[in-house]
Design a protein around this ligand. Structure first.
Ligand code: URA
Length: 476
C-alpha cells in the first residue's frame, strides 16, 4: 500500500490539505487498508482528502509518491464491534467502501458510542455492505458445486465455477479447505481462482466459465438425491427463491429439476401429503447413496478394508443413532454395530424400550481405521479431517431421513453431526438443536466396554440407557 499526493489537487487546496491517493494491493487488502487508515488517523488527515485505489489503477493520475505518515506507536482505540464489521464491509464491491470505512473509523475513534447508534446513516450504510458480504459468503458456501475431473493418473481433481458478487474468494477459502481437506480441488471465479492440492492453497488469476467442466458422472447421482429430498408438501416458492436465487441456478445440477418438480408439486397439491413418495424415494435414494459410498475415495481410509459400512434402517426413521466408525467385525460383515460394541448397544436399546429395527444406525466415519499388530487389526480413532471428509455422507443420510431425534455416541459422532468438539460428559442430558430435530449425546458402547472399573462401567451403561430413553422421548 502506498500514498501519493496529487499536485493538481494541491492547487484546489482542500481545507484539510492536498488530496492524497492511497493505493491498496488488492480489492480485499484488509491489512493494507488498516495500516493506512491508522496512519492517516494518527496524522489527523481528513478522510475526505483521501482517494482510495486498488492495484495500478492510480498510476496515470498520481505521479508523486510520498512517504506514508508514520505508524502511531499506540493503535487507535475503537469499539470492538468495529473490527468484524469493517472486515466484512471491506470485501464489498462498492468502490466507495474504503472511504466510507475510513470516515467511520475517524468518527468512532472520537465517539465510540456511535457503534450502537443504528440511526447513524454512515453506520447503517456500512452495516448493509457487511450484510451483503456475509450473505454472499453464505451463498458461496452453499452453492459451490464441484465437478470431478480425472487427472489421468488414477487421481481426481474437483473443479467448481462460481461468480460471487463481492471480493470474498480468499475469505471463503478456509471453509473449503476445512471441508474438503483431503480432496484436490479448484474454485474458479472471474476475479481469482484458488486451488488446494491437499497440502497448500495457491491462487491464479480469474478464469472464465468454460474453463470449468459443466457436468460429470456424479451429476446424475446429485440429481437423484435432490429429487428425493425435494418435499412437495414443504414447497414455498418465494422462500426457495430467496434462499436459492435464480442467478446461482446455472451452476447447480439440481436446478434442471426445479421447474418440473415445482410444476408437479403444484399439480398434486391436495393428495401429496398422504403420498408415500418421499419415504419411498428416501429408501431408494439411501440405497443409491450406500452403493455410491462403496466407491468413496475421499480419504485414504478405504484402503485395506472390505468396503464402506453404510448406515442401515428405515428411510423414515424417527431416530438416528450415530457411532464412531465400523470395527473389525462390522468391516467383515458390512453392517454397523454387529460386533461387541453392537451387543452392548442392542442390550441398552432393548432396556430403553427401543426396537433396533425402527432406528437408522450409522457411523460418523464409514471405513474401518486400524493398525496391524501381528495378525490383528487394532482399532484407531479417526482424526478430525477424516470425520470432516466423511460428513459428506452423514449429512446426506440425515437430510434424507430427517430424524426427529439423533443420538451421538461419543465425541466422533458429535463432531460428525455438529462439526464441533466437546466432552461427552458435559454434553449429556442437554438436547442439542440440530438441523433435523434434536440431538442427544451419550457414551459410546466401546467406552463402556473399555472402562476397567466395574462400577464406573455400570454407571456409564446406565447413563447410556437413560440417554437413549431421553432420545426416544425427543422423537415425540
Ligand atoms: N463402533 C462404532 O462406532 N460403530 C460400529 O458400527 C461398531 C463399533
Amino acid at each position: 500500500m502506498t500514498i501519493a499526493t496529487d499536485p493538481a489537487s494541491q492547487a484546489a487546496a482542500h481545507s484539510a490539505g492536498p488530496t492524497r491517493a492511497v493505493r491498496l494491493l488488492g480489492e480485499d487488502d484488509w491489512d493494507g487498508w488498516r495500516d493506512a487508515a491508522r496512519r492517516l488517523l494518527a496524522a489527523g488527515i481528513d478522510p475526505d482528502a483521501i482517494i482510495w485505489t486498488v492495484g495500478g489503477k492510480a498510476d496515470d493520475l498520481f505521479a508523486i509518491e510520498n512517504e506514508l505518515p508514520p505508524q502511531p506507536r499506540v493503535p487507535p482505540r475503537v469499539p470492538r464491534s468495529f473490527l468484524p464489521l469493517a472486515q466484512s464491509a471491506i470485501l464489498h464491491s462498492d468502490p466507495e467502501r474504503f472511504a466510507l470505512l475510513n470516515r467511520l473509523l475517524v468518527k468512532v475513534s472520537r465517539y465510540p458510542d456511535l457503534m450502537s447508534d443504528r440511526a447513524d446513516p454512515l453506520l447503517r450504510r456500512i452495516d448493509l455492505l457487511a450484510k451483503a458480504v456475509r450473505r454472499d459468503i453464505h451463498k458461496m458456501h452453499a452453492f459451490v458445486r464441484f465437478r470431478e475431473l480425472d487427472n489421468g493418473d488414477g487421481s481426481q481433481r474437483f473443479v467448481a465455477w462460481f461468480e460471487p458478487d463481492h471480493h470474498i474468494v480468499r475469505a471463503t477459502s478456509g471453509f473449503f479447505v476445512r471441508r474438503f481437506a483431503q480432496m484436490q480441488w479448484s474454485i474458479l471465479t472471474p476475479e481469482l481462482c484458488i486451488h488446494w492440492d491437499g497440502e497448500a492453497l495457491t491462487e491464479s488469476p480469474g478464469a472464465e466459465r468454460p474453463d470449468a467442466p459443466a457436468d460429470d458422472a456424479f451429476e446424475q447421482a446429485w440429481k437423484t438425491y435432490y429429487g428425493a429430498i425435494f418435499n412437495p408438501a414443504r414447497l414455498k416458492i418465494k422462500a426457495m427463491l430467496k434462499e436459492m436465487p435464480r442467478k446461482y441456478w446455472k451452476n447447480l445440477p439440481e436446478a434442471d429439476l426445479i421447474a418440473p418438480l415445482v410444476a408437479s408439486a403444484q399439480a398434486r397439491e391436495s393428495s401429496m401429503v398422504e403420498q408415500v413418495i418421499p419415504s419411498g424415494n428416501r429408501a431408494r435414494t439411501l440405497e443409491a447413496l450406500a452403493e455410491e459410498a462403496q466407491g468413496c475415495r475421499r480419504c485414504p481410509l478405504w484402503k485395506g478394508t472390505s468396503g464402506c459400512v453404510f448406515g442401515e434402517g428405515p428411510g423414515d426413521a424417527a431416530m438416528m443413532i450415530v457411532g464412531e466408525q465400523p470395527g473389525d467385525e462390522e468391516d467383515r460383515g458390512g453392517r454397523p454395530f454387529i460386533g461387541p460394541a453392537g451387543q452392548v448397544l442392542d442390550r441398552a436399546l432393548s432396556e430403553a424400550g427401543i426396537d433396533r429395527r425402527e432406528v437408522y444406525l450409522t457411523n460418523a466415519v464409514k471405513h474401518f481405521k486400524y493398525v496391524m499388530r501381528g495378525k490383528r487389526r487394532l482399532h484407531q480413532k479417526p482424526d478430525a479431517a477424516e470425520i470432516d471428509m466423511c460428513r459428506w455422507w452423514l449429512d446426506q443420510e440425515a437430510s434424507l431421513i430427517r430424524p426427529r431425534s439423533t443420538v451421538m455416541l461419543g465425541a466422533t459422532a458429535v463432531r460428525g453431526i455438529t462439526g464441533k468438539t466437546g466432552a461427552v460428559g458435559k454434553m449429556r442430558e442437554t438436547a442439542l438443536p440440530l438441523q433435523h430435530g434434536s440431538g442427544t449425546v451419550s457414551w459410546h458402547p466401546s467406552y463402556v466396554l473399555r472402562l476397567p472399573d466395574r462400577e464406573a462401567a455400570d454407571r456409564a451403561y446406565d447413563q447410556l440407557v437413560q440417554d437413549l430413553r431421553l432420545a426416544a422421548e425427543r422423537t415425540g
